[in-house]
Design a protein around this ligand. Structure first.
Ligand code: NAP
Length: 354
């Protein structure tokens, strides 16, 4: 596999996750001209996990894509991701991207495998429209992943209106991120572009494929996003109005029983339970819960009545794993398991079919 933006905050989580992946191995990395030409191991490594020697030895390439393998993950800064990912897709690469640039393109799937695996149908349209031999498949903004998964679990009760306030970790701003004198012991009430992403991306993800594009879900979402002095793990306070009456027990069961194609296929990065329900009033917490289940589960707690919209609850997810690198990895596993990237099918395909 290849990795664009391998030196950044998300890129390093990709490296960590790919180092132990049963299907994929990392053989090619790229970053800016500042890093290109050096060995990956010569550049700063900021995770507690050990950097494997074979990855430390990889040369860092520029974004020209020379020698890149068929499947490439992208953790590039948005200033360069759009053009680079399109160029690679045109040349025949499959790009599983974290960047925002192509997410809202009508022919680009914006996928959470448990929620809208069927949106991968768009790939055919994308290739025909753009004349690409490869394709771009995107995962959502980090906060969007957690909200969309919770709302997907509530689909049987027809979510209509949502008010969400996020408390987002510092790692979500990349490296070096927010200045310590701004972020320490403080709350910053604005994250550029984040509220719009939560509102628009969620509706696309919950939408349906109609005539080669996505008809967005009708749910109305009002988002406020804040940056808080937490290292990893975004928390979201959510109120929701449902179109169909539901009891607390029914809502808890809908969260706890929520699952999708990754669980049915037994994909390597899929958590057994995509949503973990907490009953203690002081959970979920980023420090205690974000890293559990490999960082791939979304945590829900404090499910209770809301006097304004009907129901409210607290969400938590690991922004660098389920919200970024792990999200793209699960998308790529789905592409392989569905036979879209047939050349990468493990032999024998190590996935459960029951
Ligand atoms: P980051 O730490 O700033 O890393 C950015 C990466 O892009 C680095 O590898 C950097 O290479 C490369 N890059 C920057 N400018 C470049 C240029 N002009 N030419 C070539 N490469 C360039 O950012 P991040 O937090 O990892 O985020 C990466 C992407 O994922 C962004 O698009 C972000 O919006 C998205 N995302 C982030 C999160 C999160 O929670 N952090 C969640 C979801 C999605 P050098 O090191 O060589 O400069």
């Amino acid at each position: 596999m290849g990795l664009l933006g391998a030196t950044g905050a998300v890129g390093q989580h990709f490296v960590r996750l790919l180092a132990n992946h049963p299907w994929f191995g990392l053989t090619w990395v790229a970053a800016s001209e500042r890093s290109a030409g050096r060995r990956y191991g010569e550049l700063p490594w900021r995770l507690a996990a050990t950097l494997p020697e074979e990855i430390a030895a990889l040369p860092v390439h520029t974004l020209d894509g020379e020698g890149a393998p068929e499947l490439v993950f992208s953790a590039l800064d948005a200033s360069v991701a759009g053009e680079c990912e399109a160029r690679l897709a045109e040349r025949g690469h499959w790009v599983a991207s974290n960047a925002r640039n192509h997410r809202m393109d009508p022919s680009v799937p914006l996928v959470i495998p448990e929620v809208n695996a069927e949106h991968l149908e768009l790939v055919e349209q994308q290739r025909a429209e753009k004349g690409w031999r490869g394709a771009v498949v995107t995962n959502p903004n980090c906060s969007t992943v957690f909200l969309a998964m919770a709302l997907a679990a509530l689909r049987p009760f027809s979510p209509r209106r949502v008010a969400v306030t996020t408390m987002q970790a510092l790692s979500g701003a990349g490296y070096p991120g927010v200045a310590s004198l701004d972020s320490a012991a403080n709350v910053i009430p604005h994250i550029e572009g984040e509220e719009e992403k939560l509102e628009r991306e969620t509706r696309k993800i919950l939408g349906t494929v109609e005539g080669g594009s996505i008809a967005p879900h009708a749910v109305q979402i009002s988002a406020q996003t804040t940056r808080v002095p937490v290292l990893d793990g975004h928390t979201e306070a959510v109120s929701v109005e449902l179109g169909r009456a539901a009891s607390r027990e029914e809502i808890l069961a809908a969260f706890a029983e929520f699952a999708g194609e990754p669980q049915a296929l037994g994909l390597p990065s899929a958590p057994a339970h995509p949503i973990v329900v907490h009953e203690r009033a002081d959970r979920p917490q980023p420090r205690l819960d974000a890293e559990t289940h490999g960082g791939m589960a979304v945590h829900v707690g404090r499910v209770r009545a809301c006097p304004v919209l009907g129901w409210k609850f607290v969400l938590l997810g690991h922004n660098m794993v389920r919200g970024a690198a792990g999200a793209a990895l699960l998308n790529a596993e789905l592409l392989v398991a569905r036979g879209l990237l047939a050349s990468l099918l493990p032999e024998p395909l190590a996935i459960a079919r029951d």
